[in-house]
Design a protein around this ligand. Structure first.
Ligand code: HEC
Ligand code: HEC
Length: 461
């Protein structure tokens, strides 16, 4: 009798334990487990301040060497020619190294006050209209990017002053919030700027996981496009097609805040040329060439081809950090609300990379970048009113959200959006408009607890 009792008790315990593990299995289904691995097989188990800075964990030793060479060059400080190491800076430039803008391989921040110089962001420029390939039109004497610094003997193009005006708003539940609107002013231009100049301020975005985004088949990205909103959900999604300098053709844009760059090689070569004034085989002329200033050195291209390749390879092979607390009940609730609010219609949770013959490390991997890499009208509030190839003045590329919860830890701040105007993840959401108008309305109408759950979910990415 006693033994039977024990058997029955043991039975109950087993049933309870089984129920418990079912419940656990429900919370942590197969897909949830995979979702921990934001970068698939190239996910890094590092939640520290170095979480954006490690190479793919699964990589051949030959490729590890190339990555290490690129790593060194990425943080090398350049100086003006002639110099024994890292010459070529200028004559005009924005900053002295890749890592001075992409700090710890993460994002830049806007100046904290009017006295602080612009450092980890830049201003794109153009005049209205488009060139033969659809590109933005150069501002005579300035090109399509403002350089606010210059080497000795030359003059910077202009000073940039950013000021903010603050506005107060409230949620339907009465809670209040403040958003700040930036105003950009170009002072002391070295020659007069035309009155119709268009400005597009841009913050340095994080640079990890990009090789995986580059390896997604074009057809996979285009499958999310719905340019004429055929499904009537108010969200379209449009590919940008931008000029690929090496193949002399229009290609799908993937990188930059307006998907204005087709490849990591071109992005890297353009950064050397425009951001630092260093010529290379992709962009062999000084960015100031068609303008008025020269560096008076017959040393172009200033950068060795192998260095350009290695740095491009470096940003191609930076691993994606693992998610934290992905199975936390509140995080899971936030994830559900993220989908219900239709955030996921633009910030697509998952994609699969295609086959990359030269770099099998990025092939055939399910990744969780939370982007569609497409352009969306984000409303008047975020508009820069400057077209960039097929992107109009209100359109921006959905930025990936992977790793975003580690921004504070890695970069020591929480400035978000293309120009860093948002001072928190919540402000970034509240700035959404245009195609995201319904999503932001949904967010505003949630209870405080539910809003917190969405933010907690973002923190877990
Ligand atoms: C002056 C600051 C600055 C410097 C220096 C700089 N970048 Fe950038 N970087 C940016 C900004 C701003 C963007 C976004 C550009 C845009 O939207 O057009 C960007 C974009 C990128 C991207 C695309 C990221 C994405 O998610 O789309 C890569 C890759 C990149 N930079 C690599 C580099 C490399 C490599 C170097 C050094 C050779 C470098 N950058 C130097 C500011 C900088
Ligand atoms: C219509 C497409 C769309 C929808 C819907 C949408 N987003 Fe975005 N999201 C974007 C774009 C585009 C940006 C970049 C805008 C900019 O920088 O000006 C962005 C930026 C962000 C950022 C800042 C990212 C960064 O790197 O600075 C966060 C956080 C974010 N979105 C979260 C959300 C959440 C949460 C929702 C749902 C409530 C949502 N988004 C709905 C397209 C969308």
């Amino acid at each position: 009798m006693k033994q039977n009792k024990i058997a029955i008790l043991a039975g109950i315990v087993t049933v309870v334990a089984l129920l418990h593990s079912c419940r656990k299995a429900e919370l942590l289904s197969e897909t949830d487990w995979n979702e921990w691995l934001s970068g698939g097989k190239q996910t890094l188990f590092d939640e520290s301040a170095r979480a954006f800075s490690s190479m793919f964990p699964d990589m051949s030793s030959r490729n590890q060497n190339i990555h290490a060479i690129g790593d060194k060059a990425f943080s090398a400080t350049h100086v003006s020619a002639p110099a024994p190491i890292n010459p070529g800076l200028g004559p005009i430039f924005n900053n002295v190294s890749c890592s001075s803008c992409h700090i710890a391989d993460g994002r830049g921040k806007p100046p904290l006050n009017a006295a602080e110089p612009l450092s980890a962001m830049l201003i794109r420029l153009s005049i209205p209209g488009a060139g033969v390939h659809g590109e933005p039109l150069s501002v005579p004497g300035f090109g399509t990017q403002l350089q606010q610094r210059a080497i000795a003997g030359t003059v910077k193009e202009a000073d940039v002053l950013i000021t903010y005006t603050e506005h107060n708003y409230s949620f339907p539940d009465g809670a209040t919030y403040t958003l700040r609107t930036p105003v950009y002013q170009l002072n002391n231009p070295y020659i007069p700027l035309p009155s119709n100049v268009l400005l597009s301020p841009r913050m340095a975005p994080p640079v990890f996981g990009l090789g995986l985004l580059e390896a997604i088949d074009e057809s996979e990205i285009l499958s999310f496009a719905d340019e004429n909103d055929a499904n009537g959900d108010g969200i379209s999604g449009k590919p940008n097609y931008v000029w690929d300098v090496l193949s002399n053709s229009l290609k799908l844009g993937r990188f930059g805040w307006k998907a204005n760059n087709p490849t990591l090689l071109q992005q890297t070569a353009g950064a050397y040329n425009e951001d630092m004034g260093i010529t290379n085989y992709v962009f062999p002329k000084e960015s100031s060439y068609e303008q008025i200033q020269f560096d008076h050195h017959d040393d172009d291209p200033e950068l060795a081809d192998s260095v350009l390749r290695a740095v491009s390879f470096y940003v191609q092979t930076l691993a994606v950090p693992v998610r934290r607390n992905a199975s936390d009940v509140e995080v899971l609730r936030g994830k559900e609300l993220f989908t219900k609010a239709s955030c996921a219609s633009c910030h697509r949770p998952s994609m699969v990379t295609g086959v990359h013959v030269e770099l099998p490390e990025v092939s055939n991997t399910r990744i969780f970048p939370y982007t569609d890499l497409l352009l969306h009208d984000m409303g008047e509030g975020l508009a820069d009113n400057r077209p960039d190839f097929a992107a109009d003045g209100r359109e921006w590329r959905t930025p990936p959200l992977w790793g975003i919860g580690l921004t504070q830890k890695v970069n020591g701040h929480n400035f978000f959006l293309h120009d860093g105007r948002a001072r928190s993840l919540e402000e970034a959401i509240l700035w959404h408009g245009g195609e995201a108008e319904n999503a932001v309305l949904y967010y505003k109408n949630l209870s405080k607890t539910d809003r917190q759950a969405i933010l907690k979910f973002l923190q877990s990415l």
